[in-house]
Design a protein around this ligand. Sequence first.
Ligand SMILES: *Cc1c(COP(=O)(O)O)cnc(C)c1O
Length: 347
Amino acid sequence: MSTARLTVDLDALVSNWRSLDAASDNRTETGAVVKANAYGVGIQPVARALAKAGVKRYFVAVAEEGAAVREAAGPNVEINVFSGHMRGDTDMIGDLNLIPMINSIDQMLRHVEALPGHDFGLQLDTGMNRLGMEPDEWMAVRDSALDLNPTLIMSHLGCADEPEHPMNPYQLNLFNELTRGVNVARSLAATGGILLGKEYHLDVTRPGVGLYGGLPFADATPVVRLDLPVIQTREVPAGETVGYGCTWEASEPTVIATVAAGYADGIHRLMGPRTSLYAGDIPCPIRGRISMDLIGVDITHLDEIPQGLTLLGPQQTVDVIAGNAKTIGYEVLTSLGGRMARRYKGG
Ligand SMILES: *Cc1c(COP(=O)(O)O)cnc(C)c1O
């Protein structure tokens, strides 16, 4: 086995979904966001496990991802597509019964012309300036849009991972104002929004990163474990260096293990100087620069040469190594490369 192995604990994923569901208002339906290959961990096993656990409503970024969910989760779940009704997606939306989350008046016209009577949802922009109709655009078409019976109206919070940020109540108030009196299910909260409190939950929530064990859901159970096989070990005498650029020099005789993974697998070079791999509970610091396919690790203090070392697991979460690489857990997860073998536990 010379490739890194990513183990995905589907039982932990389902338990994170249940915890976020339990944290939500009783009247609220908890959906699941599985875009970007389910945050890098594998869209079909994830969708299947969540469907088995009773999840009825999925969110994806693009129609192709919706097709993967339809195949995995079956005909009876609702699949909402954030990019809306894009040119060229009509057949997929129609044939696979996807629900486009319409972003603009142009998209709405395209949708009702191409697929009259087909379900759709609406996105309103309440301040992120990313996707959705602007408030004045929406107020101009609101009555005629509502006559077409949208299944869901949603907006997205820009600062939900900062509970005290004034943007949160601002967006909530604006969304409530724009949807006052509508008789359509409403959705505002992703993981961060669920944790802000019940007034943000409305009818449907859309957790993503929390399902996969990432912040801002601090109580999440870790879902991914990443083990890197040791290819070779050597003793490096004092004064010699390890890796490209000679950035690390041994100050005493050091045993270096070369493991099979690198930045091509999504292990960002930036994390190197601050990150250790683990032999069980024992941290083993990375030495020298992370290469494309290889990483040098200091195992001088171990009694035995291990077969592999763990980068992600209960010892070290995605958010820890994200911090080491000056990024966020979302980026670490979605960067984990296609080259590594994925193994699924439970579900
Ligand atoms: C990605 C995304 C989500 C999920 O967000 P998390 O922070 O991962 O829970 C929800 N809604 C929209 C519109 C998104 O783009």
